[in-house]
Design a binder for this molecule. Structure first.
Ligand SMILES: *[C@@H]1O[C@H](CO)[C@@H](O)[C@H](O)[C@H]1NC(C)=O
Ligand SMILES: *[C@@H]1O[C@H](CO)[C@@H](O)[C@H](O)[C@H]1NC(C)=O
Ligand SMILES: *[C@@H]1O[C@H](CO)[C@@H](O)[C@H](O)[C@H]1NC(C)=O
Ligand SMILES: *[C@@H]1O[C@H](CO)[C@@H](O)[C@H](O)[C@H]1NC(C)=O
Length: 422
């Protein structure tokens, strides 16, 4: 039974950590790809469409909502006031991407979701789904809804994608979401590139929305507004926090702060495997983790099978790394990893359009002080919105569905993005 709870925790909460870095970037408008006479770039192909009715979206959200809002911090989902305003058309995008770190050209997939009867131009929301603890719970798998009998589940699908489609695509926006390298139907045995900056940004996902925002702005692409949830924007700081090497004072007014989640250690393993591969640091996994966890680490990176890990014997984020990891030089690969974590920070950027950071006051992976640093370095367009009592997962949901009461007097991302269109 204990094992089951552990699995559930990982399976449900882990999905969020990276997705949540990033609720979305809203980038200008795009010609409506569903109208006639629009030139279609040959660099990608759209597969057959799947129409999902507003009623079916509402009922899927109604059953998924409580899986995120486990402590009922938000008002229950109400289809009358928060329901889908239109049916939605889903299509899988197939394209290729060049991995900056390795130069490989790889076929990748993603999801395009648009309202069924859109206007001639549509605002675009690019939603960054981070990693997931499986090979196939990707955004484009939403096209499984082509089968009228298919029911979305937390264990087999990306419910975060459902929420984003429901909020944005059923309210007049086009939503694009990358499946990422090493995920989805074209995976073909490839390993993922978790928190590998170039590969992630290039696939149009990201440590997150912040990296994507910065890459788009560097290319001169205008961005109306950006929203981020539960960001660990500084990887070096996040790793030191997770491994117990830095701590922060309690946020004002709180008497306790949650312990670090069990799912952080598997996140760190996937990051080590990704850096080993994409930054060419052979056996980084073995040199970085304590001897008793080496076999487990390698096996987990190969199969992502969390049920194969005995929970009574599982590493946590503070006892995973070799004890000397932060204490002076031990190995070239560990030093290279640490430099890369610093290089891959997202906080050294001055934002020139509004960016909101939604963060929870009971987030089991991120401390509010980490978000404050992101705000203080990001410039005058940054804004932090705190969510009382919110875990990592509730923070994500509240950013999409919350109201002024749950969002410290602010509106949710949908309402905020809509206000930018006026
Ligand atoms: C859906 O389920 C119903 C009832 O079980 C069945 O009759 C129907 O053939 C199924 N439809 C598809 C597309 O599988
Ligand atoms: C189309 O544009 C109008 C005017 O801007 C807006 O009120 C309406 O919601 C839009 N419809 C959709 C489906 O986005
Ligand atoms: C994962 O591990 C469990 C426990 O060892 C095993 O029963 C199951 O078959 C494994 N799953 C896969 C997909 O290998
Ligand atoms: C990790 O596990 C050790 C026991 O091996 C325990 O002392 C420590 O408090 C745990 N740390 C976290 C962050 O869970």
């Amino acid at each position: 039974m204990a094992l089951r709870v552990y699995i559930l925790l990982i399976r449900t909460v882990w999905l969020i950590i990276l997705e949540n870095l990033a609720v979305g970037v809203m980038a200008g408008s795009t010609p409506n790809p569903w109208k006639e006479h629009v030139e279609k770039p040959t660099t990608y192909r759209l597969e057959a469409e799947t129409v999902v009715t507003a009623g079916r979206l509402d009922s899927a959200v109604a059953s998924s909502f409580p899986l995120f809002d486990t402590l009922s911090i938000l008002p229950a989902f109400n289809a009358k006031t928060q329901g889908a305003r239109s049916d939605v058309i889903l299509r899988r995008i197939v394209t290729t991407t060049t991995i900056p770190e390795t130069g490989e050209v790889v076929a990748v997939t993603g999801l395009l979701a648009v309202p069924a009867s859109p206007n001639s131009t549509i605002p675009v929301v690019s939603w960054q789904h981070g990693t997931i603890l499986s090979f196939d719970q990707v955004p484009s798998n939403m096209v499984k809804l082509f089968d009228p009998n298919y029911t979305l589940t937390d264990n087999a699908d990306s419910l975060e994608t459902l929420f984003n489609i429901h909020r944005f695509a059923a309210n007049g926006f086009a939503v694009i979401a990358a499946d990422y390298l090493g995920k989805g139907p074209l995976r073909d045995g490839r390993r993922e590139a978790y928190v590998v900056k170039g590969a992630t940004t290039q696939t149009c996902g990201a440590l997150n929305t912040q990296w994507l925002h910065q890459a788009l702005r560097s290319d001169g692409v205008p961005i109306e507004a950006t929203a981020v949830a539960s960001p660990f924007s500084d990887l070096d700081q996040a790793w030191r926090y997770w491994s117990g090497r830095v701590s922060f004072p309690l946020p004002d007014g709180l008497h306790r702060y949650p312990a670090l989640a069990a799912w952080i250690a598997p996140c760190m393993l996937i990051a080590l495997g990704s850096y080993e591969l994409y930054y060419n640091l052979p056996e980084l996994l073995e040199v970085s983790v304590r001897p008793q966890y080496r076999e487990l680490a390698r096996k987990y990176w190969n199969d992502y099978n969390i049920s194969a890990i005995d929970s009574s014997d599982a590493p946590n984020s503070s006892n995973l790394l070799v004890e000397s990891f932060w204490d002076g030089y031990t190995d070239d690969r560990i030093s290279a990893l640490q430099r890369q974590l610093m290089t891959n920070t997202a906080i050294n950027w001055e934002y020139d359009s509004p960016i909101r950071f939604y963060y929870g006051l009971a987030d089991e992976a991120i401390h509010p002080a980490m978000v404050m640093r992101t705000l203080s370095a990001g410039g005058k367009f940054t804004e932090g919105i705190q969510i009382a009592r919110a875990s990592h997962r509730v923070t994500f949901l509240a950013g999409l569905y919350g109201n002024e009461a749950s969002l410290d007097g602010h509106d949710n991302v949908l309402s905020w993005f809509q206000s930018k269109l006026k």
